[in-house]
Design a binder for this molecule. Structure first.
Ligand code: UT7
Length: 329
């Protein structure tokens, strides 16, 4: 039995932070940001709301689309690196807000690959026959861990959430066919939030040293991302005796259009085969793939039976690809 995506939704906050706005905050400019990343603007969630707020909105879109009650959900998997609280999980808050009274759930910290980690995890619970309806959410309020005086990071990231509903397929050809996921701790030092965890709990010193903000060595992460995402994407396509022309859409993590371009070149994909929305939202970490998938669905860019390739790279390092046959009309 395969797991299929039967519902998809997303939420982005109203407030826009444009490149022109950032020019007033740090030493940067629209030309640099656009040419190096492809980003024009990103969305910023209100200060008094947490990641779970966006996750709930994305999940509600699915419940309304499918006309199902939250009580039918068996499991909530929430991929995030910016949970509302250190304890308990943001999944707990989502459960309460949705009123999903017959489920269990937890957060998954897979960085920018988090949504793929969560989809792969959810697929296992469907394939075993254990669960029938799993909400898989990717959501991050990156503005909560950004230093808006650090031009290396604040120009890249934004806030947003996306969600997918996983159910068992009755047609064995549709759904998640395969995934290949990786984890390599060599990446810890290049993309991290140094304080606030058990190693360095919050102190006045950690706050003064801005150690609760995201640190990124962009160049190093970039190199690993290009190789990691390109190789894993090519491998999974080859493994299934497919080629670029068989893939209807590549829905990649949106970190930098140059990384996406490298993956597309490796697979020999045409522009119309790639979903890119980085110009509107920047990098929403675990949110990028489900937001892009939801928008592509709204734009009717895929139909039942199409091969869809997902690919991501992020903090850890984490990276991976997933190959699925689209199952929604
Ligand atoms: O999603 C999780 C994984 N993350 C990623 O995949 C991100 C991967 N990294 C990247 O996307 C890119 O490395 C960045 C967009 C972060 C940076 O682009 P880059 O082409 O690697 O630039 P760089 O860091 O090598 O900096 C090039 C120059 C430097 O100046 P010098 O030393 O050449 O004079 C930087 O100081 O650009 C300067 N610079 C900036 N200039 C204007 C760095 N940031 C900025 C900025 N505005 N925001």
């Amino acid at each position: 039995m395969r797991a299929i995506i039967t519902g998809i939704g997303h939420f982005v906050p109203e407030q826009r932070l444009t490149n022109a706005d950032l020019e007033k905050m740090v030493d940067t400019n629209d030309e640099w940001i656009t040419s190096r990343t492809g980003i024009k603007e990103r969305r910023i969630l209100e200060k008094d709301k947490g990641t779970s707020y966006m996750a709930v909105q994305a999940a509600k879109m699915i419940l309304e689309q499918k006309h199902i009650s939250a009580d039918e959900i068996d499991l909530i998997l929430l991929a995030t690196i910016t949970p509302d609280l250190m304890v308990p999980s943001a999944a707990s808050i989502v459960q309460k807000e949705l009123g999903a009274n017959h489920c269990w759930g937890f957060d998954i910290n897979g960085g920018c690959t988090g949504f793929l980690y969560a989809l792969a995890t959810g697929a296992q619970f469907i394939e075993t026959g254990r669960h029938k309806k799993i909400l898989v959410i990717g959501a991050d309020k990156m503005s909560s861990i950004l230093n808006y005086q650090d031009r290396n990071t604040c120009i890249i990231f934004g806030d947003g959430a996306g969600a997918a509903l996983l159910e068992p397929s009755t047609d064995n050809d549709l759904g998640i066919h395969d995934f290949e996921m990786h984890l390599d701790g060599v990446g810890v030092q290049y993309l991290c939030v140094e304080a606030g965890g058990s190693l360095r709990p919050a102190t006045h010193e950690t706050v003064d040293k801005k150690m609760h903000f995201l640190y990124q060595d962009g160049k190093t992460v970039f190199k690993h991302a290009v190789i990691g995402m390109s190789d894993v994407s090519k491998r999974i396509v080859d493994k299934h005796h497919l080629s670029g022309k068989d893939i209807k859409l590549l829905i990649p993590h949106q970190a930098n259009y140059r990384i996406i371009d490298a993956v597309a070149k490796k697979l020999d994909l045409a522009p119309e085969q790639i979903v890119i929305n980085i110009e509107k939202y920047g990098n929403t970490t675990a949110g990028t793939i489900p937001i892009a998938m939801s928008e592509a669905y709204q734009q009717q860019r895929m139909k039942k039976g199409d091969w869809i390739l997902l690919s991501a790279f992020g903090a850890g390092f984490t990276w991976g690809s997933m190959l699925l046959k689209w199952a929604m009309d």
